[in-house]
Ligand binder design. Sequence first.
Ligand SMILES: CC(C)(COP(=O)(O)OP(=O)(O)OC[C@H]1O[C@@H](n2cnc3c(N)ncnc32)[C@H](O)[C@@H]1OP(=O)(O)O)[C@@H](O)C(=O)NCCC(=O)NCCSC(=O)CC(=O)CCCCCCCCCCCCC(=O)O
Ligand code: NAI
Length: 713
Amino acid sequence: MAQYSRVSGTVGLITLLNPPVNALSAAVRQGIVDMMDKALSDRKVKSVVICGHNGKFCGGADIREFSSPLTGPLLIPVIQGVESAAKPVVAAIEGVALGGGLELALGCHYRIAHSKARLGLPEVHLGLLPGAGGSQRLPRLIGVPAALDIITTGRHVTAAEALKLGLVDRVTDRNTVDEAVKFALSVADQSPQSRRISTFPCPHHPDLDAVFEGVMQRVRQRARGALAPVACVQAVAAATLPFAQGMERERELMATLFTSGQARAQQYHFFAQRAVGRWSMPSGARWDKTKPVAVHKAMVIGLGTMGRGISVALVQAGVSVVAMETNEKQLMDAKQAISSMLERGAKRRGVAPALDKIRYSSDMQPAADVDLVIEAVFEDMALKKKVFQQLSALCKPGTFLCSNTSGLDVDQLASETRTPELVVGMHFFAPAHVMKLLEVVYGSRSSPQAVATAMELGKQMGKVSVAVGNCRGFVGNRMLKPYLEQAFFLLEEGATPEFVDQVLEEFGFAMGVFRMSDLSGLDVGWRVRKADGLPDGHSARIRQGCRYSPLGDLLCEQGRFGQKTGRGWYQYDKPGGQVAKPDPWLQDFLEKFRTQHGLVARRIDHQEVLERCLYALMNEGFRILEDGIAAGPEDIDVIYVLGYSWPPHRGGPMFYAAMVGLKKVLERLEHYHQEHPDIPSLKPCNLLRKLVVSGSPPVQKWREFLQKPQSQL
Ligand SMILES: CC(C)(COP(=O)(O)OP(=O)(O)OC[C@H]1O[C@@H](n2cnc3c(N)ncnc32)[C@H](O)[C@@H]1OP(=O)(O)O)[C@@H](O)C(=O)NCCC(=O)NCCSC(=O)CC(=O)CCCCCCCCCCCCC(=O)O
Ligand SMILES: NC(=O)C1=CN([C@@H]2O[C@H](COP(=O)(O)OP(=O)(O)OC[C@H]3O[C@@H](n4cnc5c(N)ncnc54)[C@H](O)[C@@H]3O)[C@@H](O)[C@H]2O)C=CC1
């Protein structure tokens, strides 16, 4: 709803009231209509201010309403009503003006923003476009190039940038509503006619066609099949038409997006990201009952790929860091790399690099004086155990001990310490200062406070933290295993890395499985597999009674570790090169391999690649839910979208399974398992069967079929 009062004698003050972000629900839209009527019919009122309750202007349309039939007045006429008012209307923007919130502000005749306010049109992240006139008013106000940037990226703009762009008229450090009221008094006698953005012509640009063409090309490349970014460009292009025609085009494009599965997927992802913050543990401990401990000083051990990124992420979050490394050359290189990452990051954010927040050490001693340690040494259990023993002896009481292991047993590490309750996994994703995901792994003895502290520290670093149980590979890497396996089997059966990657990239992954493996390094998985014991000789294609593909191991034996060695599943122009080219050597190698093992290459189509790779991955997701390692499908989906480049417009693997239809997924898995009975990951999981028998409930209802999360080792 909205509240109304008259202030300073002649200013009608309308306050949007819908905590926590004053989203434009039906009641709020109706409130705006009613309160505008009140202000306009009150003869004492000469001008109007619209603000939001509790220091937040407006977070946009109420996204929860999108899943049911729209009620109440539509936002477009509400904003038109504000713009066409005969009395000047001023938006007092504090906190955020996002989506429909900014569109409402654009309907006002003036905009005053607090210096800390953020403005933006993030609809593209919800699979939509700014469909309440935003795609038409913004380019008229700030020009096509700037509007295209804001609308297609959905990024938030600071008040200072908004002022520069002409998006707001004034920025203040004082009480924004008071300033807006003063401003409203000063323009009370002026006609708002010349301030109605819908009447502005679209600003001239010398080469608009080239601008649209360039942006469209970029957007299509980045969209990975998402419809919204392309529709955003098309909508802004319509701003060059008369306003009414542009609005009609905006409506048409919005109507297509609004009912699309992509919009549903992206809106699901929005709420899923928030749902994972409400974690719980098998003991019943919960996010809202457990207070995290503030981390002021942390130590990072091992300054390779991950340790460097983790150190940067901590420093940028305001934490003092001791970065420790035993290898002298690595330490020197890390110092340089971390400094330049901090400098680049600071430059991007327009602040000074916090180089004084980090110091370096070649020994463990400084661990005695930190609140939390993150270990990031090689993925080697014996080595990690030794590090945890040392830490346990050195650290002051209460220090949290975390491991960045990709999938080793957190309980085993905890058992090396005197304080197993303070041990958790903090599994970052490379590059650790960029990727938004953090898996927080609780062991059987981790305390709720340790989990809460790691989750909160993740948030402080700008990550979405997901609490998961302890098992081999946790959630993300455990699901990756059957996905990779299927890709290898497909090569054995006749596919090429290029074809498999092309299918997965057309689906929307940023990189196909083989390009991704080349980037991460084939040796990483090889080491883990070797530690587990590799089959050899005649049994090379069988491991523990099941089908096994030794292709990855054979490549590593040839020194083909991927990009880093210039050869992997592809060839590169040099070690460290990034442009993947098909390698005739590999073709030859695959043919020889097939001959050696009596395999006959067959034609494999697009559908088989997608189904075998993705359904095997999803099937493991169901197992993870069944085992209670993830608390719900949202957790898995957030992990896959933020950590493994699953396309956001497909919601995540579990959401996608529901979209495809659980019955179909089950049938196809049954079919493939019949064809390949020696591949257990294709055997449909019981939970999937149970859900199908229960009528394939929507993903939001799956939790009702799950046990409590638990550790499984
Ligand atoms: C605002 C934030 C930046 C705040 O962040 P933070 O403080 O970190 O808090 P959060 O944890 O994120 O959020 C707190 C809490 O609030 C919930 N929430 C936040 N925003 C919204 C929202 N907009 N709606 C609902 N709920 C919201 C959030 O979920 C949390 O609650 P919890 O889940 O219970 O924990 C941050 O929250 C943020 O970024 N929010 C989203 C901002 C955003 O994306 N806004 C854009 C919304 S979409 C929009 O505005 C589009 C429009 O306005 C278009 C309207 C046009 C409608 C026209 C329909 C036409 C249909 C066409 C059919 C035509 C048919 C025909 O013609 O034929
Ligand atoms: N590389 C990746 O993409 C990811 C790796 N991880 C995990 O992070 C950990 C580290 O991986 P990377 O950074 O890739 O390895 P890396 O090989 O790049 O770096 C490891 C570093 O640890 C140092 N080190 C070894 N023993 C040490 C000790 N006792 N004390 C201090 N330093 C020591 C090494 O000298 C090396 O610099 C592993 O557990 C890995 O599984 C997790 C997520 C992603």
